[in-house]
Write a protein that binds this ligand. Structure first.
Ligand code: FEO
Length: 133
């Protein structure tokens, strides 16, 4: 589980709300796996996480383009890396590879907290300078 903590806040409300929702879905998937839920429930949550993450990445990338953020390309590549891994993992779980679910969830959890705290925080100054708060 990931408990929301102040260290995850980047101080821009629309982004913080989306990160909270990502963490909520991630936690639901972790709890489902811990309770040995069936494969349909876990794959449903992984799909929800993938779709929500894609929408969230789109939110950030739109602002990056609008604000001419200099590290846009690098940031976009990190998003792409996450999305492609998530989609691959989801497919494997849907195909019945139930045991990989723990590995997936650990990977996604680590990726998310690192990305928020390191990569996302880098655009904060640029976004705030352009009026987001
Ligand atoms: Fe909040 Fe770059 O993902």
């Amino acid at each position: 589980m990931i408990e929301w903590e102040e260290k995850y806040s980047i101080g821009i409300s629309i982004i913080d709300e989306e990160h909270k929702e990502l963490i909520r879905i991630m936690n639901a998937a972790i709890v489902a796996k811990q309770h040995n839920s069936n494969i349909e429930d876990i794959s449903k949550l992984l799909k929800e996480l993938t779709v929500y993450a894609l929408n969230h990445f789109s939110t950030e990338e739109s602002y990056m383009v609008e604000f001419n953020y200099p590290e846009f390309q690098y940031h976009k590549e990190e998003h792409h890396d996450f999305s492609s891994k998530t989609i691959t993992y989801c497919s494997r779980v849907i195909e019945g590879d139930y045991h990989i679910a723990s590995e997936i969830l650990e990977y996604l959890k680590q990726w998310l907290v690192n990305h928020i705290q390191i990569t996302d925080k880098k655009y904060v100054e640029c976004f705030k300078k352009n009026g987001l708060k």
